[in-house]
Design a protein around this ligand. Structure first.
Ligand code: GDP
Length: 570
C-alpha cells in the first residue's frame, strides 16, 4: 500500500526469485530491499531503540561457550513432535530432581555433560516469524524426514528456511523401525534438493533414528554437539541480559508469564527489563520444570514473571542496570512505535465497492458498524437495512459499541466488508492492520451522510464526495490551564502536520469526543501557521476545555473528491 504497487506484482517478483510467498508472509530485510529497489524506492529500516547498545561487541576475555539452540523442522507427520517428546522425557530422566518438564516453548537436554536447548515449537512459522522480527535464535536446524515417506514440500520449505537463515542442517531420518523404511531413497531425494549428506560424500551430517523407540537419539545429540563445536558458539554471561520471547501466556495466579530465551548475558531476579516496548522488573524465574531459579545464563530458556502486559513471541528482552534506563528505553520505543503506525490510512471512497459490485455482479454489500452509543448504531443499522432492494442487499455482519479494534479489521478483511465508524475511531493497531489488509474504514459523524453514501454506492451512482483528509496526528503530552483562555494542549506532532486553518478532532480511547476549529496554534510563545511532524506545539480549541494528556488530536481538511467519469461503452 505504501509503495502504491499491487501486491500481485510483488508476489510475482518473489516467484521469479524462486520464493513462493503468500500475501501475508513476512519478508526479510534483503528481499524487502530488492523489491523496493525494483520500484526505484528506498527503504529506511528503523532500529528499535536499545538494540544497538545491547549488541555491542564483547571483549573476548569474558566469552564462554554457550549451549546450541536447536529447532526441529520437517514435513507434517514425519515425527517432529514425537522426537521433541522423546527428548523431553529423556531430559526428565537426566534431571536429578525428576520434575516433569512442562511445555514452555523450549527446554534443555543434557548429553555428555553438555546442554542443548531445544525450541519446542515445531513448524516453520515460528522460525520465520522470529526471523522476520530480527530474532535469529536458532543455531542448528534438525530436519526430520520419515524414512518410509519421501522428501515432501515442507521438507523443502524447511531446507529453504534454514538456508535463508544461514543455519546449518542436521538430517534426522526418522521411523527407521518401520518395515517400509528406506533411508537411501531419502538421501537420494535430499541430494536432488542440494542437501548432500556425509554418507553421500557431502557435508551435511545425518543420523538414522526412531523417535518412537528412542533409537539413534544419542547419535543425533552427539552430532548436534559436533555441529555446535564447529560453530564456536559463545556468549558473555557477565554482561547485561539480552534475549527474546519464545512464548507467553496469562496465568491466573501469576499474571503475565513469558518464556524468554536468554541469548547473552545473565537474567536475574530483580533485573529491570524492557520487553517489546514495555517496562518490567523480573519478579521470579522458573525453569521448564517449574522450579524457581535465581538466574538464567546464555541459551537458557526461562519463565519470567513480572511484565506488566503479555509480551508477544519474538519480542526483544533487554536487561538494564537501572530502572530509570529501562523506563527511558521503553518510553522511547513506545513513541517510536506510535510514530511508525500513526500513518494515514487510506479511507477509500465507496466507489471501489460499488464498482466491484457491478463487475462481479455482487448482490451484497457487507458492512461492519461500530458506534459510540448503542442507540445510534441501532438507528443507523435500521436506516441502512432499509436501503436493501431486490437486487442488492446491505448485510451488516457486525454492529457494536466502542472503538474499531484489530479484531474488527480482521473480521472485515475475512468477509471483504467495509467498516463504518460512527463517532468512533480505529486504534493505532487496527489502523495499521487495516492498511496492511486493505480494509476500508470510513468514519462519519452524521447519520444521513452514511445513509446517503451507502445508498449512492448501492445505486452505483456515486456523486462527488466530500471527504475529510487527515493531514496530521498529534498527541497531547501536557496541559496548561490559562484562566482567561481555557486549556492549552501541549502536543507533539506524531505524523503529518497541523496548520492553523485545520479542523481538528479529539480522540480519547478510540472515541471521538469533540471536533471543531482551533482558536490558536503556537510554537513556544509565537503564533505558528504550521507545525510539522517531530515538533511540539500548543493548541487551543475553539470552545472545548476538557483536553487531557494522552488524547490524540487529528488535524484534517475537507476536500472534494471528483468522481472519475466512466465511459458507458466500456
Ligand atoms: P509431526 O507432525 O512431524 O510432529 O509428527 P508426529 O510426531 O506427530 O508423528 C506422526 C506419526 O508418526 C505419529 O503417529 C507417530 O507416532 C509416528 N512416528 C513418529 N516417529 C516415529 C518412529 O520413529 N517410528 C514409528 N514407527 N512411528 C513414528
Amino acid at each position: 500500500t505504501l509503495m502504491g504497487v499491487p501486491y500481485q506484482s510483488l508476489i510475482q517478483k518473489c516467484i521469479e526469485m524462486g520464493m513462493l510467498v503468500s500475501i501475508n508472509q513476512r519478508l526479510d530485510k534483503d528481499v524487502i530491499e530488492i523489491l523496493a529497489s525494483d520500484h526505484d524506492m528506498e527503504i529506511q529500516f528503523i532500529e528499535d531503540t536499545g538494540e544497538e547498545e545491547a549488541e555491542v561487541i564483547d571483549d573476548s576475555d569474558n566469552l564462554t561457550k554457550r549451549p546450541p539452540v536447536v529447532t526441529i523442522m520437517g514435513h507434517v507427520d514425519h515425527g517432529k513432535t514425537t522426537l521433541l517428546d522423546y527428548l523431553r522425557q529423556s531430559s526428565v530422566a537426566e534431571s536429578e530432581v525428576g520434575g516433569i518438564t512442562q511445555h514452555i516453548g523450549a527446554y534443555q537436554v543434557k548429553y555428555n555433560d553438555e546442554n542443548i536447548t531445544f525450541l519446542d515449537t515445531p513448524g516453520h512459522e515460528a522460525f520465520t516469524a522470529m526471523r522476520a522480527r530480527g530474532a535469529q535464535i536458532t543455531d542448528i536446524v534438525v530436519l526430520v524426514v520419515a524414512a518410509d515417506d519421501r522428501v515432501m514440500p515442507q521438507t523443502i520449505e524447511a531446507i529453504d528456511h534454514a538456508r535463508a537463515a544461514g543455519t546449518p542442517i542436521i538430517v534426522a531420518v526418522n521411523k527407521v523401525d518401520k518395515p517400509a523404511a528406506d533411508p537411501e531413497r531419502i538421501y537420494k531425494q535430499l541430494a536432488d534438493n542440494n542437501v548432500l549428506v556425509e554418507k553421500w560424500s557431502g557435508k551435511v551430517q545425518s543420523t538414522e533414528i526412531s523417535a518412537k523407540l528412542g533409537q539413534g537419539i544419542d547419535d543425533l545429540l552427539a552430532e548436534i554437539l559436533v555441529a555446535a563445536e564447529v560453530l564456536e558458539l559463545q556468549a558473555n554471561p557477565a554482561k547485561r541480559s539480552w534475549g527474546v520471547v519464545i512464548e507467553s501466556r496469562l496465568d491466573r495466579g501469576l499474571g503475565a508469564v513469558a518464556t524468554i530465551l536468554v541469548q547473552n548475558g545473565t537474567l536475574r531476579i530483580g533485573d529491570p527489563v524492557v520487553v517489546g516496548n514495555s517496562y518490567g522488573k523480573v519478579r521470579s524465574l522458573y525453569n521448564e520444570r517449574t522450579e524457581k531459579v535465581l538466574e538464567a545464563g546464555p541459551s537458557t530458556p526461562v519463565q519470567v514473571v513480572g511484565f506488566s502486559g503479555v509480551p508477544q513471541a519474538g519480542d526483544r528482552v533487554i536487561g538494564y542496570e537501572s530502572e530509570k534506563e529501562a523506563k527511558e528505553t521503553s518510553l522511547k520505543r513506545q513513541r517510536q512505535i506510535r510514530e511508525v503506525s500513526a500513518r494515514k490510512i487510506k479511507t477509500l471512497t465507496l466507489e471501489q465497492a460499488s464498482l466491484r459490485m457491478k463487475e462481479a455482479d455482487l448482490k451484497e454489500l457487507p458492512l461492519l458498524l461500530k458506534g459510540d452509543v448503542h442507540g445510534s448504531i441501532e438507528v443507523l443499522s435500521d436506516a441502512l437495512m432499509k436501503l436493501s432492494s431486490e437486487e442488492v442487499k446491505v448485510n451488516i455482519i457486525l454492529k457494536g459499541v466502542g472503538g474499531i479494534t484489530e479484531s474488527d479489521v480482521l473480521l472485515a478483511a475475512a468477509s471483504e466488508a467495509i467498516i463504518i465508524g460512527f463517532h468512533v475511531h480505529p486504534n493505532v493497531q487496527a489502523r495499521e492492520l487495516a492498511r496492511r489488509e486493505n480494509v476500508e474504514i470510513r468514519l462519519y459523524r452524521i447519520i444521513h451522510e452514511v445513509v446517503d453514501e451507502i445508498h449512492s454506492s448501492l445505486e452505483g451512482l456515486l456523486a462527488p464526495t466530500i471527504e475529510e483528509q487527515t493531514t496530521g496526528s498529534l498527541e497531547v503530552r501536557q496541559t496548561f490551564k490559562v484562566s482567561r483562555m481555557g486549556t492549552i494542549a501541549g502536543s507533539y506532532v506524531v505524523s503529518g502536520k497541523i496548520t492553523r486553518k485545520n479542523k481538528v478532532r479529539l480522540i480519547r480511547d478510540s472515541i471521538e469526543i469533540w471536533s471543531g476549529n482551533l482558536s490558536s496554534l503556537k510554537r513556544f510563545k509565537d503564533d505558528a501557521r504550521e507545525v510539522a511532524a517531530g515538533f511540539e506545539c500548543g493548541l487551543l480549541f475553539d470552545g472545548f476545555r476538557d483536553v487531557r494528556v494522552g488524547d490524540i488530536v487529528e488535524a484534517y481538511e475537507i476536500v472534494e473528491i471528483q468522481r472519475k467519469l466512466e465511459n458507458p461503452d466500456e
